[in-house]
Design a protein around this ligand. Structure first.
Ligand SMILES: Nc1nc2c(ncn2[C@@H]2O[C@H](COP(=O)(O)OP(=O)(O)OP(=O)(O)O)[C@@H](O)[C@H]2O)c(=O)[nH]1
Length: 599
């Protein structure tokens, strides 16, 4: 295929600025799909994605466009995930493009993630084409937002396309802009093969599908290829492009984007960002920028009924086939029995996996509060990673602990700055920058411990700013910190799944609030339950759940039988999420109570 008729581009935008709607509209406009095939938000495959309205997996679709110059162009639209948790995937997807449409909501203006995505696009040397969306909204202010793009992003925006992805205004002109402004790919089909892997997924019929952008050389069916980081050889069994249905092709040349099927068993065997080369030319150099994605947030997942352990294991295996950024390993908890410690890219990723386990595999699970991974310097000079608070050695057994920090950037209207600063300071943040980006909008940067951010920071930020603040973060590194483990004891017995690690200065107040909260959550039982918080051997707080005096049904004596049944059913439903710890019955909420200790 002649490269001058190819355009590889992405749409980048802050969440909810209309990226998916615009992608659908471009598919419509180029008649890539017929009305019958049209489903809302076609690029988002998974049900969950549709329900939550977010894009999880990067997808690509090839649009055929007959331009005004009479030529037919092939536009590869590379969809990128919108959430910060998936920023590595965004970065790899962008590396496979030559340009990006920067979509900005004309009623909202530039937001933190708009900027974060622009920086990533700039790092990849992409041509950035600004597009103002939602101009149909009555409060859209096109001129103001154009000026904002110029001032904040620093690119020319006065001639930017003005569109409404929802109603279709401006689509014809936008397609011409894409042809004109986005450069055609470079690279020569005569060079040695170098193809960038920027996504892969498991297809029940085809096995592992690998999405590549051929940078140099060409790939043919039956070629023997070598995946450099994975150090594996495969034969290309089938190749195709997404139109948006699998359309088989026999060759992919420099500049083209397509799917490879080569009999790979698990998505785990493929690394996003890896380079595909010909097996007979193994020492062809790597394409730049491969890095391993590491989970940042961990939690324990346990079956409510221990007989479900094997089912849970199978379900995790299946999910991992499709998502190599999620990790799991067996964990045994004194309180919760056999389960798994799972690692995720962020909280959203964690929630998605938990929901999929419950919905798709119908498992009844208990999960512990999320934690980050700490590095502990032992007295003997050794070092261990602690992903589970219960595993932290006792005080005196280690020299120091380091915790992960993130650099966080917040965009917020002027009037909320005071509250946001207070929130960041309470969360042990260190301010690194504060800028007025326009007269009434401020950008604040902080270095913040990841553990202070993972819980409810984002919700708090949104709440305090009436929804106007937006944020973005990146991993900064590990820094030593004065941390301690707070243990929770029920009737004198330590419940490992309730331990938490926190800063020494907050340990007393956190322990106290947690114990009070647990007292409210744990139902009264036939005996008194003492709830204690402790640091090492030292008890820092105590509450008691008093024994139950009467049976719940006693109240209904002689009463209406349907009321009795209702009570019993309610009790039964409540039991679904109960776990016996020693002789005490604990509801799921208790394990997550630590998340809310600073309310
Ligand atoms: N009025 C109006 N609403 C729009 C327009 N484009 C998108 N929307 C709405 O804005 C909301 C967000 O649009 P999406 O396309 O889901 O946004 P997104 O940026 O893809 O969001 P993520 O996939 O979660 O990153 C939806 O409710 C759309 O219907 C537009 O041009 N005008």
């Amino acid at each position: 295929m002649d490269q001058k008729f190819i355009r590889n581009f992405s749409i980048i935008a802050h969440i909810d600025h209309g990226k998916s709607t615009l992608a659908d509209r471009l598919l419509d406009e180029t008649k890539t799909i017929t009305a019958r095939e049209k489903k809302d938000r076609l690029l988002d495959n998974m049900d969950l994605e549709k329900e939550r309205g977010i894009t999880i997996k990067a997808q690509t679709v090839r649009l055929k466009y007959q331009a005004e110059d009479g030529n037919t162009y092939f536009l590869n639209l590379i969809d990128t995930p919108g959430h910060v948790d998936f920023s590595y995937e965004v970065s790899r997807s962008l590396a496979s493009c030559d340009g990006a449409l920067l979509v900005v909501d004309a009623s909202q203006g530039v937001e933190a993630q708009t900027l974060a995505n622009v920086y990533m696009a700039m790092e990849n040397d992409l041509e950035i084409v600004p597009v103002l969306n939602k101009i149909d909204l009555p409060h859209a202010d096109v001129d103001k937002v154009k000026q904002e793009i110029e001032d904040i992003v620093g690119i020319d925006a006065m001639d930017a396309d003005e569109v409404s992805a929802k109603s279709g205004i401006g689509m014809g002109k936008l397609l011409e802009t894409i042809i004109e402004k986005i450069p055609s790919p470079t690279g020569s089909p005569d060079n040695d093969l170098q193809a960038l892997i920027f996504d892969s997924w498991f297809d029940p019929y085809q096995g592992v599908v690998v999405l590549v952008r051929v940078m140099e050389g060409k790939l043919k069916k039956k070629d023997k290829v070598y995946l450099k980081h994975s150090d594996q050889e495969y034969e290309v069994l089938k190749m195709g492009v997404n139109t948006p249905f699998f359309e088989e092709v026999t060759e992919l040349g420099a500049g083209e984007v397509g799917m490879l099927i080569c009999g790979i068993k698990a998505v785990r065997d493929v690394k996003i960002g890896d380079t595909v080369v010909h097996a007979k030319k193994k020492d062809t150099p790597n394409l730049p920028g491969y890095s391993e994605v590491k989970p940042m947030v961990f939690c324990g997942i346990f079956p409510v009924e221990s007989v479900d352990y094997e089912n849970l294991k199978e379900a995790l295996e299946k999910l991992a086939l499709n998502d190599s950024s999620f990790t799991y390993e067996p964990e045994t908890s004194g309180a919760l029995g056999f389960g798994f410690r799972c690692g995720f890219l962020g909280l959203l990723h964690m929630n998605i996996i938990q929901e999929r386990l419950e919905r798709e595999f119908e498992l009844n699970l208990i999960s512990t509060a999320p934690s980050v991974s700490y590095t502990v310097q032992l007295n003997d000079g050794g070092q261990i990673d602690v992903e589970n608070p219960a595993d932290l050695p006792e005080p005196g057994e280690f020299e120091s602990i380091s915790e992960p920090y993130v650099k966080i950037s917040i965009h917020v209207p002027n009037e909320f700055v005071g509250r946001i600063i207070k929130l960041c300071e309470e969360r042990r943040g260190i301010q690194t920058d504060l800028n007025y980006i326009t007269e009434d909008r401020v950008q604040i940067s902080y270095d913040l411990p990841l553990s202070e951010m993972v819980f409810d920071f984002y919700d708090k930020l949104k709440g305090m700013s009436k929804g106007y603040a937006s944020m973005d973060y990146e991993f900064k590194g590990y820094e030593p910190s004065s941390l301690v483990k707070v243990d929770i004891l029920l009737n004198g017995e330590k419940v490992d799944a309730l331990s938490l690690i926190c800063h020494r200065d907050n340990a007393y107040s956190k322990g106290k609030v947690l114990v009070e909260r647990l007292r409210k959550i744990i139902d009264r039982q036939q005996f008194d339950i003492a709830i204690q918080a402790a640091i090492g051997a030292k008890i820092i707080s105590r509450e008691t759940v008093k024994a139950l005096r009467k049976n719940v049904l006693a109240k209904c004596y002689g009463g209406d039988i349907s009321r009795k049944r209702k009570l019993l059913e309610k009790q039964k439903a409540g039991k679904k999420r109960m776990k016996m710890v020693g002789s005490v019955e604990i509801p799921q909420e208790a394990f997550l109570a630590v998340l809310k200790v600073d309310d």
